[in-house]
Design a protein around this ligand. Structure first.
Ligand code: GLP
Length: 269
């Protein structure tokens, strides 16, 4: 597990976006239609790139920086497919607090992504189990995620996989923990309840990504980070399972890294 600590949020956002952009550029076909070297694992043909994306407060700066790279430095996203980690059940895609709306607001409306290739789970699906199976199949059909951006909850949840989630879980419906609903209430107008259920990629879905980039900022995430990086690998802290993945980076600000022993956290030179 690589641990990168940066001084503050702006640096974290730049570094996170630079890492996503590197994967996007590597997959872009050149003028002759050739694709750059992949990491050697099997991938779908055609020079496309598959990103897994997160919501929440933390990645907003990364999306802002990706938009800047697109506008000012010509970052091309036309060959990119995206899959979001999760969506609330019961919120239509145009609901202001849905993750569909979040992604349009922060990224999709501002770059050249093909809207048909920007996927989120359908929180309004009449048959949520069928929707979960369909979402899982779509990720597999795309060739799998080249890189997955993750946040982390204060209780160590990843996506909406709350403590206790099985490590072999695939995309599924979940009951949200009260702690998570409380933490996310800040995104909802006063008096409007945070939904109780959501659809989320499972832990096994997350681990199948070829590369994982987890972002965390602020002292409130410090305990989850030390448990994720150094604690026992246990469903009590879903993020601890990332220790089993061969290619994970924790990108942290100093407060989120504050409970890590000094030797565990490397400051970039
Ligand atoms: C939500 C999302 C997660 C996100 C977490 C942390 O519960 N489903 O994907 O990682 O919150 O959010 P924030 O970045 O706002 O702290």
């Amino acid at each position: 597990m690589e641990i990168v600590v940066v001084p503050e949020y702006a640096a974290l956002s730049r570094e996170g976006a630079a890492r996503l952009a590197a994967v996007i550029r590597q997959a872009a076909p050149d003028a002759e239609g050739r694709v750059g070297p992949s990491d050697g694992r099997e991938r779908a043909a055609g020079g496309h790139c598959v990103l897994g994306l997160a919501t929440g407060g933390t990645p907003i700066g990364v999306y802002r920086e990706l938009v800047r790279l697109h506008r000012q430095e010509g970052l091309d996203l036309s060959h990119v497919t995206t899959f979001n980690l999760d969506e609330y059940c019961g919120l239509p895609p145009d609901h202001p607090q849905s993750y569909h709306t979040y992604m349009r607001r922060h990224l999709f409306n501002h770059v050249d992504l093909d809207p048909h290739r920007a996927r989120l789970p359908d929180g309004m699906a009449e048959d949520p189990a069928a929707e979960c199976a369909c979402y899982e199949a779509a990720i597999a059909q795309s060739g799998g995620m080249d890189i997955l951006l993750l946040g982390v909850g204060t209780n160590g949840h990843i996506g909406f996989n709350e403590p206790g989630t099985r490590f072999d879980s695939r995309t599924h419906c979940v009951e949200l923990a009260e702690k998570t609903r409380l933490a996310n209430a800040r995104f909802f107008p006063p008096g409007e309840a945070v939904p109780r259920r959501a659809i989320t990629m499972g832990i096994a879905t997350i681990l199948a990504a070829r590369q994982i980039l987890l972002l965390a900022t602020g002292a409130q995430k410090a305990e989850a980070i030390v448990r994720a990086a150094l604690g026992p690998i246990t469903p009590d802290c879903p993020a601890s399972v990332l220790q089993r993945h061969p290619r994970v980076t924790l990108l942290l600000d100093q407060e989120a890294a504050s409970q890590l022993p000094k030797r565990a956290a490397s400051l970039p030179g």
